[in-house]
Design a protein around this ligand. Structure first.
Ligand SMILES: [Fe+2]
Length: 311
């Protein structure tokens, strides 16, 4: 699969990020795709198959065997290169950086030549055509695989990244938190990750479904319930540090080192599922830029689904 790979979607597309060696969550999201009748050809993972949790090899195998489309994450790239760190972009001296030395070293010791070769061959970009729109699927940023792009990352940053992408929108991952935003009428969409909760005080993890409609593209941000206790047991068996294991149940990250201030203040605030429609390109209604979901700014700037659909 190469960067030029184009996925033509004539039906709903399920998107998820960050399996993170969490086999139970990965199986659960793939089962959800089957339940929704979404085939592997329209299921996309935004990368980082291996990270914090206890089953790196089985998770790689599960995703590889599923036949879904996968974009390379920084963890995948580093393992493919047999590099000595995850290159997540954590601040120097941060808790996340300290913890990453444990899970990365352990995963790297387990991953064999065949898995490294498979990870190294993943594309850095996929192109998704859906509902008359062209979207670039990448991991962090277009400019850098490990760029953190959050909901409150300034629009200027997203504008620059969208310009590099050269299409109608970006579907990204890496930062671990789901959101959707319009910048100059272009979409920045992050489905969130399935392998770790969204720091919202619940064990749920996140994925999304994009559905082409006559009125535009319907975007559903959806929560995933899965057997997080079994995932925690796998981490315990693997002898991984306790911090991320506890996070699977508490829904709270061990550190907010990487988060912008507004996302850090939202720690422990349960996310509500969200649905809205990104109006079709030829819609005559006025365009509405800004954060579509979640209502992170707490100022009501995100609209109810019906209002967004009409915007
Ligand atoms: Fe990443």
């Amino acid at each position: 699969m190469h960067e030029q790979t184009v996925i033509e979607a004539d039906g709903p597309v399920l998107i998820f990020g960050g399996p993170y060696s969490n086999l139970q969550a990965t199986r659960a999201v793939l089962a959800e795709a089957r339940r929704l009748g979404i085939p592997p050809a329209r299921t996309i993972c935004t990368g980082d198959l291996v990270a914090y949790c206890g089953d790196p090899l089985a998770t790689i195998g599960c995703v590889a065997d599923s036949g879904i489309a996968v974009v390379m994450g920084n963890c995948d790239e580093q393992l493919g290169l047999a590099a000595d760190s995850c290159a997540c972009g954590y601040p120097a001296g941060s808790t996340c950086e300290r913890l990453s030395t444990d899970w990365y070293a352990q995963a790297s010791a387990l991953v064999g030549a065949a898995e490294r070769a498979w990870l190294a061959a993943l594309p850095r970009r996929l192109n998704l055509r859906i509902g008359g729109r062209r979207l670039a699927v990448i991991h962090g940023g277009v400019s850098a695989i490990n760029r953190f792009v959050f909901a409150t990352t300034p629009p200027a940053v997203k504008r620059e990244e969208l310009a590099r992408a050269g299409c109608d929108g970006v579907i990204g991952g890496h930062c671990g938190l789901p959101f959707s935003e319009l910048v100059d009428g272009r979409l920045w969409h992050n489905a969130g990750v399935v392998g770790m909760p969204a720091n919202d005080g619940t064990p749920r993890t996140w994925f999304s479904v994009l559905t082409p409609m006559a009125s535009g593209i319907r975007i559903d941000h959806r929560a995933l319930d899965y057997d997080h206790a079994a995932a925690a047991q796998a981490m315990q068996r693997a002898g991984l540090p306790v911090e991320y294991r506890l996070a699977l149940a508490s829904g709270l990250w061990p550190s907010c080192d990487v988060l912008p201030p507004r996302e850090a203040r939202a720690r422990g605030v349960a996310l509500a599922e969200g649905s809205f429609t990104w109006a079709a390109k030829d819609a005559t209604a006025a365009r509405r830029d800004g954060l579509l979901w979640p209502d992170l700014l707490g100022d009501g700037s995100t609209k109810a689904p019906a209002a967004i659909a009409a915007a």
